[in-house]
Design a protein around this ligand. Sequence first.
Ligand code: C2E
Ligand code: MG
Ligand code: MG
Ligand code: MG
Length: 280
Amino acid sequence: EAKSTGRSRHCFYEAGMQERVLERVQLETDLRHAIDNDELLLHFQPQWDAERRMVGAEALLRWQHPDRGMVSPAVFIPLAEETRLILPIGEWVLHSACQWLSNWRKQHQMQGFIMSVNVSAAQFSQENFVEQVQAILEKYHAPAEALQLELTESMLAHDQQDIISKMSALKALGVLISLDDFGTGYSSLSYLHRLPIDQLKIDQSFVANIEQGEKNASLAESIISLGHNLGMEVIAEGVETTAQFDWLAAQGCDLFQGFGLARPMTMDALLKKYQDTQTS
Ligand code: C2E
Ligand code: MG
Ligand code: MG
Ligand code: MG
């Protein structure tokens, strides 16, 4: 009796697991073809200064799946990282972003506008990463000083010498470097000041907590002073309310990004919003 229950439970468990494995394999197969099938696209979320001028945008990858609809990067980026598909996908993102950059500057008089692009650890650790970025910038005649690469704090845990030399080479090209999701990793402060980082991006979890008490607010405040003391610009992500914006601005936060200001949008919508904010 006990034995048969055990077996049926065992089978049930296996069937569920098999389904999940098949689902994953299917998603992986689909992702493998996503580039060739033109299913990847970029959305752009504006970034604003304290006077609410639009100064740049973050490129955010979207996957328009033929049956599943829009698949969230929170789902497929981890899968892409595990399967190393992030390498061709990340390269596609850089091509696409640099093509847009070059169009903006030429056709829309968006001098000074900065495009931020997310870069995964696996991508950054490729031996020829810097050469790849350089070749892509050259291909589209895109201005290096308008491209900002977002690396995450957790990446800093890897080979420090390699990170310093690649960051320095990118700086020599003129490319800007931002440290994404800052405050959630474990970077040592003594190491941070040796890196040529232009911008710290306060993780949205700290921003969301600002209204929930002094202790949380003081974390955001500390990151702002840390960034400024190290000569870096500080941007807050996940700004959803006017109260958060006002509080961060009063603390001297330089830039702001979040649903409360604008959601990620298509390039056409971004261009329109930019023109509207210029004339208003
Ligand atoms: P991230 O780089 O930290 O990007 C910020 C995420 O927060 C985006 O989600 C954005 O839509 C969301 N967000 C912005 N403002 C708000 C807000 O006010 N409230 C809330 N709740 N969320 C907000 P998204 O687009 O789903 O991207 C998720 C993550 O996927 C990104 O986090 C990034 O780690 C990764 N990702 C996206 N595009 C790329 C890419 O091209 N390459 C790589 N390697 N990773 C990417
Ligand atoms: Mg980012
Ligand atoms: Mg982030
Ligand atoms: Mg994040």
